[in-house]
Design a protein around this ligand. Structure first.
Ligand SMILES: *Cc1c(COP(=O)(O)O)cnc(C)c1O
Length: 375
């Protein structure tokens, strides 16, 4: 089989290996067979190991859905009655978490913070101090819309100091930036197979503290389909997902995990950093400006401001690159026109060098002046 290789610079799904793509082609199987459970059991353990959890403390619970399902499940399942959620809102993904809380009518303290700098820890501490009924603190590890890296370790330490636990949406960092749940004070994190592990869409997982999940058995059940304890309990008793799993995506994830451990945490993170260095080299060479200062960036997303040039047209440059095998992505910041280049997936420095050649040729074709101009 000869598949065209596309270089995806959008924030997931990402470029995958052919071996992961082809791992989906398997004989038909009923997922209630033991053969299929034998795939998911070690997968749950591997997903805990990726964030250095000990299996006696942490477990992984798999779900059929995109990454947002984990935001929904964690928020709605882990809030005890008489407790409040505290959500640090400093980007489009934490804004999504706030919307989830509203959808369930959860008692919520929303701490709105600037989108382009790390949140105010003093304010977070004050809030925790003044509200002893906060059950959990929720923070996005890496805000994929802007590229902002949050100080999760510090926020987790504050949560623990005031008797709350920490939920972090690590979807766009997990299996990319090395994460140690103990060091980072993370009680719950989450991801989706299409991002860090370089698998396919449709499988997502929450990695979290077993004792808290066990305790959540007595928390209010706010959703029938999206409930953490119910899915955990079903896995523990039967080795299966409660409802039909994304069978082929699970096979792809098994192969992706083999390839993840073969590459290794450190080497993989070095590769992501190499990709980002190549992205930044092009940004600088062509005179583009980024939304965030680099010292607060995750190093996985570059959010670039549209230049002030009458000939600049994002859709046209997108199409020019897309026709040549490179996918770029619009931004997620309402205030400014931005686009994003992301260092996810099975790509490396030479792909970015090739990308910038195509992108620069596209700018020439559009008649955009290089280096680009800002008023
Ligand atoms: C990708 C991503 C998600 C999941 O988004 P879906 O559209 O459901 O795939 C959640 N959180 C963050 C931070 C992400 O980057």
């Amino acid at each position: 089989m000869n598949l065209k290789r596309n270089v995806l610079l959008n924030p997931g799904p990402s470029t995958t290996t052919d071996t992961v793509k082809l791992a989906q082609i398997v004989p038909d199987i009923c997922p209630r067979e033991k053969e299929f459970q034998d795939i998911m059991a070690p997968m749950r353990e591997d997903l805990v190991k990726i964030v250095h959890g000990k299996l006696e403390d942490y477990t992984a619970v798999l779900f059929c859905g995109s990454g947002t399902i984990c935001i929904d499940i964690a928020l709605n399942s882990l809030l005890d009655k008489d407790k409040k959620a505290l959500v640090i809102n400093n980007g489009s993904y934490s804004a999504r978490a706030v919307e989830v809380c509203h959808a369930y009518g959860l008692p919520l303290i929303e701490l709105k913070q600037p989108l382009d700098t790390t949140p105010d820890l003093t304010l977070i501490e004050e809030t925790l101090k003044n509200n002893s009924d906060i059950g959990y603190v929720y923070v996005t590890y890496h805000e994929t819309g802007s590229g902002l890296l949050n100080p999760v370790k510090d926020i987790g330490a504050l949560a623990h100091k005031y008797g709350a636990f920490l939920i972090s949406d690590t979807t766009s960092a997990y299996a990319m930036i090395p994460i140690d749940v103990y060091e980072q004070n993370i009680d719950f994190c989450m991801a989706s197979a299409q991002k860090g592990i370089q698998g396919m869409t449709g499988l997502s997982y929450i990695v979290g503290r077993k004792d808290i999940i066990e305790a959540s058995r007595n928390f209010p059940v706010r959703s029938y389909y999206c409930n953490l304890y119910m899915q955990y309990d079903f896995f523990e008793r039967t080795g299966e997902m409660h409802f039909t799993p994304p069978v082929q995506t699970v096979y792809a994830a098994r192969q992706a995990l083999i390839e993840y451990f073969e590459e290794g945490e450190e080497r993989k993170w070095e590769r992501h950093q190499r990709i980002m260095a190549a992205i930044r080299a092009g940004v600088d060479r062509l005179g583009f400006k980024e939304v965030l200062s680099r010292d607060v960036q995750s190093g996985l997303v570059s959010a670039i401001i549209y230049p002030d040039d009458p000939n600049w047209n994002f859709d046209k440059i997108h199409d020019y690159c897309y026709e040549r095998g490179f996918t770029i992505y619009p931004g997620k910041l309402a205030s400014k026109g931005t686009f994003r280049l992301c260092a996810l997936g099975v790509i490396d420095e030479p792909d970015i060098v090739d990308f910038w050649k195509v992108f620069e040729a596209g700018l020439k074709e559009l008649g955009v002046k290089v280096p680009v101009n800002y008023d």
